[in-house]
Design a binder for this molecule. Structure first.
Ligand SMILES: NC(=O)c1ccc[n+]([C@@H]2O[C@H](COP(=O)([O-])OP(=O)(O)OC[C@H]3O[C@@H](n4cnc5c(N)ncnc54)[C@H](OP(=O)(O)O)[C@@H]3O)[C@@H](O)[C@H]2O)c1
Length: 269
């Protein structure tokens, strides 16, 4: 903990999806561990203001700045980037965490629902990355943490648009990881299994939460991985770590693993 405090002391952090769940917990934890300024981004200004108040109370040396922004809207994100850089000068850590899922067969999902998931989870991450990347490169310093999911490695029935957005996030991040080599700017993906948050409150999950959520993590575990990621040279941190074995197994023996994943994930559809 002491080491982490030194690492984030005086740092400026931007977190998208900060009003709830994983992002909210990460904001509290960055503040506790020495961050000087944290920009809290989501669409719900009242929730962000309430969180900023809680951070001010718990970590008085940290300035928490609520910033209402829909990350799926390119012009809003680019304006946010300019506003934040004008006000704070630079950003040390960008956590692209905003995201949601809809649990439906592709057949029953509208094109607009699929577009909306892609626009938030994938395009939103790209807009935010573009908003801050140049300034990080100019300083040869900065870390982008992208919150994906094990759904970036496993396609499951009922979450095609969501899995597609997370596979895309991982692919984009892997390419950017190679491009950033030697620049001083880093990117790390955090890929958790299911987490107990409002994610599953979307009406499409009602009464049929997928089976694999039985093993759901607490947001604290993912937040811990996000803070570790912000100081890590690695491309991807899977939470919990041993699930990397399942990813390896699926990629190595897909014809054995895919029928099992398919059978489990179809059960609640
Ligand atoms: N929960 C899980 O099982 C799980 C597992 C693996 C990965 N993840 C990923 O973890 C991330 C955080 O999810 P969570 O579990 O913490 O869910 P959550 O509690 O529902 O939080 C989602 C956050 O994203 C924000 N958000 C959604 N759409 C947005 C938009 N268009 N613009 C800006 N902010 C937006 C929401 O804020 P507003 O509504 O205020 O805008 C909220 O703060 C997501 O990317 C999710 O895919 C979750």
């Amino acid at each position: 903990m002491r080491n982490a405090f030194v690492k984030f002391s005086g740092k400026t952090v931007v977190i998208t999806g900060a009003s709830s769940g994983i992002g909210r917990q990460a904001a509290m934890d960055f503040a506790r561990q020495g961050a000087r300024s944290i920009v809290l981004v989501s669409r719900s200004e009242p929730k962000l203001s309430q969180l900023a108040g809680e951070i001010a109370h718990a970590s008085p040396s940290c300035t928490a700045i609520p910033y209402a922004c829909d990350v799926s809207d390119k012009s809003q994100v680019l304006k946010m980037g300019r506003d934040i850089l004008d006000r704070l000068g630079s950003v040390d850590v960008l956590v692209n965490n905003a995201g949601f899922g809809i649990f439906k067969n592709v057949r029953d999902m509208s094109v607009e629902e699929i577009e909306s998931i892609t626009a938030t989870n994938y395009h939103g991450m790209i807009y935010c990355t573009k908003a801050f990347l140049d300034s990080m490169l100019a300083r040869n310093s900065g870390h982008i943490v992208n919150v994906a999911s094990v759904a970036a490695s496993f396609g499951v029935a009922g979450l095609a648009a969501y899995c597609g957005s997370k596979f895309a996030m991982l692919g984009f991040s892997e390419s950017l990881y190679h491009e950033l080599c030697g620049t001083g700017v880093k990117i790390t993906v955090v890929s958790p299994i299911a987490v107990k948050t409002n994610f599953f409150n979307h009406e499409s999950f009602s009464g049929r939460t997928p089976n694999y959520t039985g093993f759901a993590l607490k947001p604290e575990a993912v937040s811990k991985a996000i803070l570790a990621a912000a100081n890590s040279p690695r491309l991807e941190i899977i939470v919990p770590f041993y699930v990397r074995g399942a990813v390896w197994f699926k990629q190595t023996l897909p014809y054995l693993v895919q029928p099992i994943v398919g059978a489990i994930s179809r059960q609640k559809l």
